[in-house]
Write a protein that binds this ligand. Structure first.
Ligand code: HEM
Length: 527
């Protein structure tokens, strides 16, 4: 027998044998095939070429945002009611109907701006995306931990993200670029007051809230619709970090929040969140000082009390990070019967963007991957082929019929479960306009006043720290905004930067904004 220098099995070794993807056993995984021990290699080195070329393709594009994250699994358990009322009065979505009904979930927590290996202690919104594998197909609720967002129109998303991401020349994240954009974006003030407070650095993923942020609809069995907002409240409580805390954590590890989640689940300390829903009638609510479809606003809890509808427990972690965390794909278009979109101008852009990027990032057949499949519903489509088709989606009786309509054994359309929806009728001219009632400062100011003293101090310090690295014109415009948000905030940040109200009183409002009477009064006082 020829002498081979592989590390062949020791007698009695009953471990399973390594093969290649063709099912051929690998006899030597240490040495490539060469002419003589030192000699040139030959091109028919199938095992070497397959191994290296697969390795060359191990990475897929990381998510353009939310690249760093971690997936966990568990279940959602419904309460069957919205407050004291049966939930069927408001939604016919099956997962919410019966008390105690369980639905499998996959959740992905994430940071937004950094790359796949970046720090989880960064000041950055956190993503909170939940995939419910319901019997009616999947529902994704793709939210964040802060409750509002920087912008209210999807057309601005690439700009806000470019400003927050590293400089395209030096690849350095720069306050000068971030606040250049923000200073021209008055609707961002509410988000900034949240993001630069301690809430902007959650202690880990288990101790943070989640919010759907955008406004959705519920549809009841009669087809009547309501506007809703979703909130996740952690049973573990909410914990945040200051910049100093974060620097210490980061000095030790960049992935503390992922580690924390793996360790908590492994020791049986299963994190839990309650899902609460705010609701309002489905129209534009002229009585409110904000637009219910504006994602830079929260709905006041005293007027629209959040009511619990269920709870979620996470008790299992992925077996493979790539297959279950990198390839999992969420989207705001992924809804089930009884849940619907609103006309929120961010939602339309989001709904296009998610599946568009996933077709590019993961591939045209990303929905056939186990983590993305509607595993608790039947999937039968006439979609066929494309790169990496894994199987034929269940078809009709006749495999020749991959089209609809057909009378020769193909699939048929479903019937609406009850009624079609009965939402409001909408008419109007095509236009490009801001929504009325932008009211960019009021809620930002209310949020500032709700903070505890130490949180306000921290917020002011963080703003001064960032803005002191910006040009004077940007500093002045930000102080101007802060004076309109809340006098105290503007005065304190201004003091830290050597800018008084008199220095900014001559600034004109931006062309991109509408002022309320209250804003005008504040502005008049500056002079
Ligand atoms: C991820 C687009 C606004 C929450 C993403 C991704 C894109 C995107 C392209 C990467 C998805 C992937 O590669 O699988 C947009 C656009 C927005 C928008 C165009 C505005 C028009 C928001 C808002 C929130 C949010 C307002 C929070 C409420 C998330 C989350 C993820 C994500 C949680 C990560 C999902 C995951 O873990 O895979 N977004 N986004 N996005 N976005 Fe947005």
């Amino acid at each position: 027998m020829t002498d081979v220098s592989g590390t062949g099995p020791a007698p009695g070794d009953d471990r399973k044998v390594l093969t290649n993807r063709q099912g051929h056993p690998v006899y030597d995984n240490q040495n490539q095939r060469t002419v003589g021990a030192r000699g040139p290699a030959t091109l028919e080195n199938y095992q070497l070429l397959e191994k290296i070329s697969h390795f060359d393709r191990e990475r897929i594009p990381e998510r353009v945002v939310h690249a760093r994250g971690v997936t966990a699994y568990g279940h959602f358990e419904a309460y069957g009611t919205w407050g004291d009322e049966p939930i069927s009065r408001y939604t016919r979505a099956k997962l919410f109907q019966e008390r105690g009904k369980r639905t499998d979930v996959a959740v992905r927590f994430s940071t937004v701006i950094g790359g796949r290996d970046s720090s989880e202690a960064a000041r950055d919104p956190r993503g909170f995306a939940v995939k419910f594998y319901t019997e009616d197909g999947n529902w994704d609720l793709v939210g964040n931990n802060l409750g509002v967002f920087f912008i209210r129109d999807a057309i601005k998303f690439p700009d806000v993200i470019h400003a927050l991401k590293p400089d395209p020349v030096t690849f350095e994240q720069q306050p000068g670029r971030i606040f250049d954009f923000m200073s021209q974006t008055p609707e961002a003030m509410h988000m900034l007051v949240n993001l630069f407070s301690p809430r902007g650095i959650p202690a880990d993923y288990r101790h943070m809230q989640g919010f759907g942020v955008n406004t959705y609809k519920w549809v009841n069995p009669d087809g009547d619709t309501k506007l809703v907002k979703y909130h996740w409240m952690p049973k573990q409580g909410v914990r945040s970090m200051t910049e100093e805390d974060a620097a210490n954590v980061q000095a030790d590890t960049l992935g503390h929040a992922t580690k924390d989640l793996y360790e908590a689940v492994a020791r049986g300390d299963h994190p839990e969140w309650e899902l609460l829903v705010q609701m309002m009638d489905d129209h534009d609510h002229p009585e409110l000082d904000f637009d219910p479809l504006d994602d830079t606003k929260t709905w006041p809890e005293q007027d629209f009390p959040p009511k619990p509808v269920g709870r979620m427990v996470l008790d299992r972690m992925p077996r493979d990070f790539f297959a279950e965390n990198e390839q999992i794909s969420f989207g705001t278009g992924v809804l089930v019967d009884g849940l619907d979109f609103s006309d929120d101008k961010m939602l339309i852009g989001r709904t296009f963007s998610y599946s568009d990027t996933q077709r590019y990032r993961v591939g045209a057949n990303y929905l056939q991957l186990p983590v993305n499949q509607a595993k608790n519903a039947d999937v039968r489509t006439n979609q066929r082929d494309g790169q990496m088709t894994y199987h034929v989606d269940g078809g009709g009786e006749n495999p020749h019929v991959n089209y609809e309509p057909s009378i020769t054994g193909g699939l048929r359309e479903a019937r609406y479960p009850t009624h079609d929806e009965q939402g409001p009728e909408i008419t109007g001219r095509l236009t490009r306009k801001r929504i009325p009632r932008t009211n960019d400062y009021l809620q930002a100011g209310q949020r500032y006043l709700l903070l505890e003293d130490w949180e306000r101090d921290d917020l002011v310090k963080n703003f001064i720290g960032q803005l002191s690295q910006c040009d004077r014109a940007i500093q002045e415009r930000m102080v101007w905004h802060f004076l309109l948000v809340e006098n105290d905030l503007g005065l304190r940040v201004g003091e830290g930067l050597g800018i008084g109200p008199e220095d900014v009183s001559g600034l004109e409002p931006l062309a991109s904004q509408d002022l309320t009477d209250d804003d005008r009064e504040r502005l008049a006082k500056l002079g």
